[in-house]
Every structure is written in structure tokens, then in C-alpha cells.
Design a protein around this ligand. Structure first.
Ligand code: HEC
Ligand code: HEC
Length: 252
């Protein structure tokens, strides 16, 4: 295990969790409440580069990106060792994902200067809602969108997706934090911000969810399809995760 200095507070909050080697989602569910720091938009951002989104998807389930940001400067070997440690804690990575995460970390968070981004570089994958969902959402909301009891609400058969045209967009752009009830069941946690996704990706995943997993956009003729332009407009003003919670309550 590489030796990395973290602020004492962060180490304490993690250490006090006593992470057992449980099934990953159980571990994540156990850890989320005590560990999740407020998902403040833009506070811990990683440099743009290929596979940055994969790191966001895989490395924010148990702790926020502070750990990764503060470990900048590690050698490739040290990142490799750290990734195996994370696997021991329950991070699930296929060998392809492992290589892509390791390449990202050693290129952009390594001990050598990161390459200048090429013109037009960055995240421009085709905006397919099912892919955006699989890559970014299933670690918490699960592949069948049923969520995890008390921790991650279901997105299946969830009428909150239709609370207003851009409510789910606001959740994705800003995160959401605090206790909620979905289909009569209580949940409390921190939904991290996905503001790093492109406008087209956010529009695609919202439109996808409104027509998948038992949700039916046709039953909500007052809710139009979201466009990338709508998402761009919804970025301003930025909100705190608890303001999004208040917005949700006001729409109920
Ligand atoms: C299943 C939960 C879980 C996930 C998901 C997770 N981590 Fe961790 N991570 C931990 C725990 C627990 C610690 C604290 C380890 C300690 O204090 O010794 C930690 C600590 C860290 C640290 C601090 C370094 C240290 O050794 O103290 C870094 C850096 C880190 N994680 C990177 C990552 C990266 C990169 C990913 C995504 C590939 C990731 N983590 C995903 C559980 C997780
Ligand atoms: C790190 C775990 C995590 C990830 C990853 C995640 N979510 Fe969430 N999500 C949550 C939590 C926790 C909540 C509930 C927040 C609360 O209790 O206030 C939530 C709430 C939501 C809500 C509001 C549900 C309601 O009934 O009000 C939507 C919509 C949502 N998430 C969509 C997504 C989408 C789409 C993705 C992928 C782009 C995603 N989430 C990724 C944890 C996550």
C-alpha cells in the first residue's frame, strides 16, 4: 500500500468505517452514509482526458474525488498498487476498465507533466442514453434501476423523473442531498453531481430513463424531450445539492 498523506480528518472519517470485505454494493451502501461528503459541484475536479468519465463513475461510490485529487503525483506503480487495494475494498473493474483507469491516473494524475489536451480533445462519446446510464449510474442505482434499499433510490417506475421538465437535469447537474421518499420508501444519501458530462449526454440519459424501466414518457404529454440546449440553459444558476432537494419538495 503506497503511503500517501491525507488530511487527518479524511483518514479518520474513512478509518472509522472499518470496511469489511463485503460484496461491493453492500460495502458501498454501508459506507455511503458515513463517508459521503457533500457533493459540491466543481470542488474536486479531475483534468479532462480520455476515460475521465470512467474514473468519475467508479471512484465516487465510497468516497469523493478528494482522495484521488490529493494523491496526484504518484508513479504508475503506486497507482497500480492503489487500484488493487481499491479492488480489495470492493471496487469492481473488468481488466479492460482497470487498464483504462490506470492509464488515466498515471497520465493525468501521475509523476510526470500531463500532455497538453489536443484541440477538440475531451469527452465527446456518442450520446446514447443507455450507454451513459450503464457507464455512470449503475454502480449505485443498479443495472435494473431498482436501487438499493434505504441508500440508492430506484429510478425504475419513479414518477419523480416527471416532476418538471428539467428536475432530473438539475439533479444530474448539481447533485442532491438529504432524505427523500420514493414510492413510499425512505432514502438518504448524496447523489453526486454529473456536471462533467456533456449537455448531450445528460439529455440522452434523462430521455432514456423516462422511457425505460417501467417509466413512460407518453403518459406525461406535458413533459417534452430534453435537448442538449435545455441542459446548457439549466447549468445556470449552479445550485447546492440541498437546494435541489428543496426544489424537489416544492414540486411535490
Ligand atoms: C468500495 C469502496 C471504494 C471505492 C469504490 C473506491 N475506493 Fe478508494 N478508498 C476506499 C477506502 C476504504 C479507502 C481508505 C483506505 C485507508 O484509509 O487505508 C480509500 C482510499 C483511497 C485513496 C487514498 C489513498 C490511501 O491509501 O489512503 C485513494 C487515492 C483512492 N481511494 C482512490 C480510489 C480510486 C482511484 C477509485 C476508483 C478506481 C476508488 N478509490 C474507489 C474505498 C473505495
Ligand atoms: C454514487 C452513487 C450514485 C450515482 C453514481 C448516481 N446516483 Fe442518482 N442518486 C443517488 C442518491 C444517493 C440519490 C438520492 C439523494 C437523496 O437522498 O437526496 C440519487 C437520486 C437520483 C435522482 C432523484 C430521484 C428522485 O426520486 O428524486 C435521479 C433522477 C438520479 N439519482 C439519477 C441518476 C443518474 C441518471 C445517474 C447516472 C448519470 C445517477 N443518478 C448516478 C446516488 C447516485
Amino acid at each position: 500500500m503506497p503511503c500517501i498523506s491525507l488530511p487527518a480528518k479524511a483518514i479518520l472519517s474513512v478509518r472509522s468505517v472499518r470496511l469489511p470485505r463485503l460484496a461491493p454494493m453492500v460495502a458501498a451502501a454501508m459506507m455511503l452514509s458515513p463517508l459521503a461528503l457533500p457533493a459540491q459541484a466543481g470542488e474536486f475536479n479531475l483534468p479532462n482526458g480520455p476515460d475521465r468519465a470512467l474514473v468519475y463513475a467508479k471512484c465516487r461510490t465510497c468516497h469523493d474525488l478528494q482522495y484521488v485529487v490529493e494523491s496526484k503525483g504518484l508513479t504508475t506503480d503506486a497507482w497500480d498498487g492503489l487500484l488493487s487495494d481499491m479492488e480489495g475494498f470492493g471496487v469492481e473493474l473488468t481488466s479492460d476498465e482497470y487498464d483504462r483507469v490506470l492509464t488515466y491516473l498515471s497520465t493525468y494524475m501521475g509523476d510526470k507533466p500531463a500532455p497538453e489536451p489536443a484541440a477538440g480533445d475531451g469527452e465527446t462519446p456518442a450520446a446514447d442514453g443507455a450507454t451513459v446510464f450503464a457507464d455512470n449510474c449503475t454502480s449505485c442505482h443498479q443495472e435494473d434501476a431498482q436501487g438499493i434499499e434505504e441508500t440508492f433510490p430506484p429510478l425504475a417506475e419513479n414518477s419523480d423523473l416527471f416532476l418538471s421538465p428539467d428536475f432530473p437535469v438539475k439533479v444530474l447537474l448539481n447533485g442532491m442531498s438529504g432524505s427523500i421518499s420514493v414510492n413510499g420508501m425512505p432514502f438518504e444519501g448524496d447523489m453526486p453531481s454529473f456536471g462533467h458530462l456533456s449537455d448531450a449526454e445528460i439529455a440522452a440519459v434523462v430521455n432514456y430513463l423516462r422511457n425505460a424501466f417501467g417509466n413512460d414518457a407518453k403518459a406525461h404529454p406535458d413533459i417534452p424531450e430534453i435537448t442538449a440546449k435545455d441542459v446548457a440553459a439549466a447549468r445556470d444558476p449552479a445550485m447546492d445539492p440541498d437546494q435541489v432537494l428543496a426544489l424537489r419538495a416544492s414540486l411535490k
